[in-house]
Design a protein around this ligand. Sequence first.
Ligand code: ATP
Length: 320
Amino acid sequence: MIKKIGVLTSGGDAPGMNCAIRAVVRAGLKYGLGVYGVNDGYKGLVEGDIVELDRHSVSDIVSRGGTVLKTARLREFKEESVRQIAVNNLRKLGIDALVVIGGDGSYMGAKKLTEMGINCVGLPGTIDNDIASTDYTIGFDTCLNTIVDCVDKIRDTTESHQRCAIIEVMGNHCGDLALFSGIAEGAEMIITPDHPIPEEEVMASLRDLYESKKKRAVVIVSEKIYPDIHAFAKRITEETGFEAKAEVLGRVQRGGSPSAFDRVLAARMGAHAVDCLLEGKGGICVGMINNKIVDYDIYEALQLPRDKHISMLRLIDVLK
Ligand code: ATP
């Protein structure tokens, strides 16, 4: 029977991570476990930056963006000798198991630690929604709402000046943030890794639109598609009649108070992670599928096809 657990956040930060931390701490304490917070992700685990938490340590953090445990990336964690230092640090404190809140890279670290004797459960904390074993990741909904808020504002000025706004949003290699925000905004065009549009087609469609007397347009584009989005906007200006301006929304998308949806999702997942550890499970990750909280083996989860919202792509054409 486990007696002490740890919790850490790793990889890119996401709104709602604090709610997940709180859920793990409160659920752990409720079941009589000692609960430890690891600062700076796997880096803190290796450096021994681990502190015992009580219920007050996580008071008043639910509405705060970012992560109170901070986050970091530590490439060397892929080496077994480095992970062994982390295992030794945990053993010294009598910590038997760990909740890891992060993306797929963090999941790999969690799986490998489990194979070294520390049961780990992963929670999907990332704005990108790029984890197939859950319909939604913690942070995606907040980020989506931030994007919609920004695009609403850009739309006002785009309309006043009769321009074409090219708006680049995050998502890593996953198009969900672009797809969802594009649909929420009724964007004239949505370009994502799952819905690429050849440049000639982009130009031809925008030319048609301009000639049909529509003198403003919103185009939502996933990051990492165009190496230089400003150069892309310049080409649109040169070739379509529109005056196009590119906006890269950037890190504003990562911040802010988590939405109610993300808070509840994080609370449900955090409590489930503790249940799993109490049942002796490890090397697994938690997800929400069809509104049910579920868990998968991490290797299996990382093999799942990332096409969970592919059916929404048809809306792009249907709602045009
Ligand atoms: P995000 O989706 O926000 O980028 P992530 O968890 O995928 O989050 P990564 O930078 O890929 O972010 O991974 C976070 C950390 O997980 C890495 O810095 C490293 O410490 C650890 N990690 C990643 N891949 C592995 C691996 N194959 N084996 C062990 N640890 C790993």
